[in-house]
Ligand binder design. Structure first.
Ligand code: 9MR
Length: 368
């Protein structure tokens, strides 16, 4: 049989498009879950990628556009332009919008001007005013669209398990986190409020996990209005020095103990930034993709077992939009393959692993 057109040129027929009823979000919804991806504003110009997101996802999260360094070009000015463009895209395609983040509590990822900012003669009060004003202004602007906010991101230092000594952390002390959650609650009482962090499985992550548990326990004890823990889910050694190619039985046991504690506090769970760093996996693509998919399936099966898990978002739906391309490169210099779709927007085994995990997941009550 003669191949036609593009298929003949590529030497293989293009895979059939995935029917709407089988999209990752449709499969997730059958179980009371939702599926989405991070999207940067520059991806709006990519028609193929935007269409893929609209087809596969039920929600998006701005990859960087709600961060202080984008929203706050200076201490006295807000710029909502890129964030609003992503909000408009979500509306146009009937997608939900998550908010990330009202405070990324790391100065290196905050507003550029902040570390040198002069808070005047009463710095504590001025810092609290600035923070509350930021949270109120940003959260209120998206009150009708964003239904869950990463109120605070990455406040726990993985090396010590203590809160990081940031500009706001030093001025406001341990109260910083509660202040953020109370202000967000006052601004958007109907939104779910999430603490988001990258604690992971693995023995070398124990201090980070303990630190996050300590933070959450304290917040619950003090009555801070928190609904869920956002597990970023950068597995495979996402932001860690050591690549992790498997989810061992011992690691699964320790990770479950961690998640059980979070659940025991009455908190829900989200996977907010899922991807699989293939930095230590074989070069050969079929083998690499199979290892990525297998690691993902092990992790997702465990997490989806918890009915408290309400949403799964990937940090980029296709390899060409993954932040991992620019972070800790592979020794062989090959491009990474951390996302469900490849650089040509073809579905990979990771996509099938995610679909299989959603199909196998128990049903849960939708996040109200
Ligand atoms: O993917 C994001 C990348 O484009 C940015 O340059 C970087 C700094 O703002 O942040 C990346 O996203 C991070 C997320 O906001 C928080 N968790 C870790 C993510 C990967 O670094």
């Amino acid at each position: 049989m003669a191949l036609s057109g593009a298929a003949a040129l590529c030497g293989a027929a293009a895979p059939p498009p995935i029917p709407a009823a089988e999209s990752l979000d449709a499969l997730a919804r059958k179980k009371g879950l939702r599926f989405g991806t991070a999207m940067p504003a520059h991806a709006l110009a990519d028609a193929g990628y935007s269409a893929l997101i609209a087809r596969e996802c039920g929600l998006i999260v701005a990859e960087n556009e709600h961060k202080w360094y984008v929203l706050r070009p200076s201490a006295d000015r807000f710029d909502f332009t890129p964030a609003d463009r992503l909000g408009a895209f979500a509306r146009e395609h009937g997608l939900g919008l998550r908010g990330h983040t009202l405070l990324w509590d790391r100065d290196e990822y905050g507003a550029k001007w902040l570390p040198a900012h002069d808070f005047g003669p009463r710095p504590r009060a001025a810092a609290e005013r600035m923070l509350r004003d930021h949270i109120r202004t940003v959260a209120s602007r998206y009150a009708n669209q964003v239904d869950s906010w990463d109120v605070v991101n990455e406040a726990v230092d993985p090396a010590t398990g203590e809160l990081r000594a940031t500009v706001f952390g030093k001025l406001l002390g341990p109260e910083l986190i509660d202040i953020c959650f109370h202000e967000a609650k006052a601004a958007v009482p109907g939104a779910k409020l999430v603490y988001n962090d990258y604690m992971n499985f693995g023995v070398e992550e124990a201090t980070h996990r303990q630190g996050v548990l300590k933070l959450l326990e304290g917040m619950k004890a003090r009555g801070a209005p928190i609904d869920a823990l956002g597990v970023q889910g950068h597995i495979g050694g996402g932001v860690d020095p050591t690549p992790v190619a498997r989810f061992s039985a011992a690691d699964q046991r320790d990770w479950r103990a961690f998640v059980d504690e979070v659940r025991g506090m009455g908190l829900d769970l989200l996977i907010t930034e899922f991807d699989v760093n293939d930095r230590a996996m074989p070069a050969e693509i079929a083998r690499r993709d199979a290892e990525v998919a297998a690691l993902a399936k092990d992790f997702l099966d465990l997490m989806l077992d918890y009915r408290e898990l309400k949403q799964v978002l990937v940090w980029g739906l296709a390899d060409r939009y993954s932040w991992l391309q620019g972070t800790a490169p592979r020794a062989d210099g090959l491009p990474k393959r951390p996302a469900p779709y490849d650089a040509d927007l073809k579905a990979k085994p990771l996509r099938e692993a995610m679909a299989a995990a959603f199909r196998a997941a128990p049903e849960r009550r939708t996040w109200a």
